[in-house]
Design a protein around this ligand. Structure first.
Ligand SMILES: [Cu+2]
Length: 130
């Protein structure tokens, strides 16, 4: 009996927590789902197609892609006008072999900005085997 009474408040607290968890999906911050290049992936240069896909629609006009090498200032990569509604795509050109970071910043439909970095490597173009 005592045990049952003691449990009642914690169950109520659990219910409150559950309500919070259930309410949170209303907030749809853009969360990265996949990228090209992949995180820590290696791609052939010097021109590299970039793509970052999210869990929700993003505002292309208020989002940004840029690429940096080492501690250099990130160079802005124009976002392709035909990017899918839930993705940012673009093309970085003239990348020498080496280590790079793809920086993304997006405004999602709920009005929140999220950002992140995807490290990747560029290698020299593969010799073509005919
Ligand atoms: Cu949000």
């Amino acid at each position: 009996m005592m045990r049952t009474v003691a449990k009642a408040p914690s169950l109520a607290a659990l219910g409150g927590l559950l309500a919070l968890v259930l309410a949170s999906p209303v907030h749809a911050h853009a969360v990265i789902k996949e990228s090209r290049p992949a995180e820590n992936g290696t791609v052939a240069g010097p021109d590299v197609d970039l793509s970052v896909r999210f869990n929700s629609r993003v505002d292309h006009a208020r989002s940004k892609l840029s690429v940096s090498a080492g501690k250099s200032e990130p160079a802005v990569v124009p976002i392709a006008p035909d990017s899918p509604a839930d993705a940012l795509t673009g093309r970085a050109t003239g990348l020498a072999p080496g280590a790079y970071q793809l920086h993304w910043q997006v405004l999602s439909v709920d009005g929140h900005i999220t950002r992140g970095v995807v490290p990747f490597k560029v290698q020299a173009p593969q010799a073509r085997v005919q």
